[in-house]
Design a protein around this ligand. Structure first.
Ligand SMILES: *Cc1c(COP(=O)(O)O)cnc(C)c1O
Length: 350
């Protein structure tokens, strides 16, 4: 596979305030790009990060055929660069693409494009354990036709953003009992742009009511707990770590979720993957004090501890003294950043 490389004449890295990165605000000098037409991926290029020029009739604007991925690259104290389980993101991108009737991409294109770009942008990967380089591969439809059928042309692109620690403050959640981000038979298992679009309005409403995010429930009766914001959700009940199953096609199969479950088992924590109802968590908090922790898990924040959950007029609060979330977060970050042995083969050296 031949990647054409076109470099910037001068890096903009000196203009970036690495002490104040936020999340997804700054982008590195270059991007990887290729396009799909006549049934093939072609024109593999690494070029300066710049605006696209695409037609206003491009299908992505009208029908939303767009999927993406999110992962992080880390640098250890010896300047070695690592990705965390990138093959899982690769597989998931294709799974998402298939669901939206978009073309799959080969592992070679995905990994070669990503690794070559990472090597070029290595100065951009922060060394400090709290920061990392966020990697955003995405695919969009690009036929210039308004007919409402799948596109035949696509763009695949990878961009990088140096990011700070994802700080969300005290996380107060509201159980969403009206809106849904996904539906049975819908796009829940895909990392599709449209799922995010569906989530913004309910999330903003919750924010105006003083909440940080919503807990998504099933769209039938809003009875079963599914995700929190754009993260998978986990509870500590007594000495058990409990999380909903992902086999209903509605919950995104998080790489962090899977990794945390493996780590928890290895740390001797009892893991239960089963449906969880809203009623159950409120009952167990009130009656037996069995519910000790709730946290969201995902690439951006890794583990995000929850302070309270509100459902209609009832609120439960966590004292956050119990610490499965904290321990698991420390453990996974140590593996990601090469501070601890990786017996799972998750870390991929670039
Ligand atoms: C990306 C995402 C997650 C987390 O997946 P990771 O692979 O752990 O980053 C969870 N839920 C939704 C809806 C997502 O889009």
């Amino acid at each position: 596979m031949d990647i054409k490389v076109e470099k910037v004449s001068k890096s903009k890295i000196d203009s970036i305030d690495f002490g104040n990165l936020g999340f997804g605000k700054y982008f590195t000098d270059h991007m990887f790009m290729c396009n799909y037409s006549e049934g093939k991926w072609k024109n593999f290029t690494i070029k300066p990060f710049e605006n696209f020029s695409i037609s206003p009739a491009s299908k992505v604007f009208h029908y939303g055929q767009a999927v993406f991925e999110g992962m992080k690259a880390y640098k250890d104290i010896n300047d070695n660069i690592y990705l965390f389980r990138p093959k899982e993101n690769y597989k998931r991108l294709n799974k998402s693409a298939l669901r939206l009737d978009m073309p799959e991409i080969s592992e070679e294109i995905f990994m070669e494009g990503l690794m070559q770009l990472l090597r070029m942008e290595k100065e951009w990967i922060p060394k400090d354990g709290q920061k990392s380089l966020y990697v955003r591969p995405f695919m969009i439809a690009n036929d210039n036709l308004l007919s409402a059928v799948s596109s035949t042309e696509y763009i695949f692109c990878i961009i990088f953003s140096p990011v700070g620690e994802y700080f969300s403050g005290e996380v107060k959640l509201k159980v969403e009992d009206k809106y849904s981000r996904v539906a049975f038979g819908g796009l829940g298992m895909a990392k599709a742009a449209g799922n995010y679009a569906a989530s913004f309005m309910p999330a903003k409403k919750a924010s105006l009511e003083g909440f940080s995010q919503v807990i998504w429930t099933d769209d039938l009766n809003h009875e079963y707990i599914e995700e929190v914001g754009a993260m998978n959700i986990m509870f500590r009940m007594g000495d058990k770590l409990v999380t909903p199953p992902i086999d209903n096609g509605r919950i995104l199969e998080g790489v962090t979720r899977d990794s945390i479950l493996v780590l928890a088992k290895d740390m001797g924590i009892d893991v239960e993957v089963r449906p969880i109802t809203v009623k159950e968590i409120f009952d167990s908090k009130e009656s037996k004090g069995k519910l000790l922790e709730c946290f969201g898990v995902g690439t951006a924040a890794v583990v995000s501890q929850v302070k309270s959950i509100t459902y209609k007029d009832k609120t439960i609060e966590f004292n956050n003294e119990s610490d499965y979330g904290t321990k698991l977060k420390e453990k996974i970050i140590k593996i990601q950043t090469n501070l601890e042995e990786d017996k799972y083969g998750w870390r991929v050296k670039i």
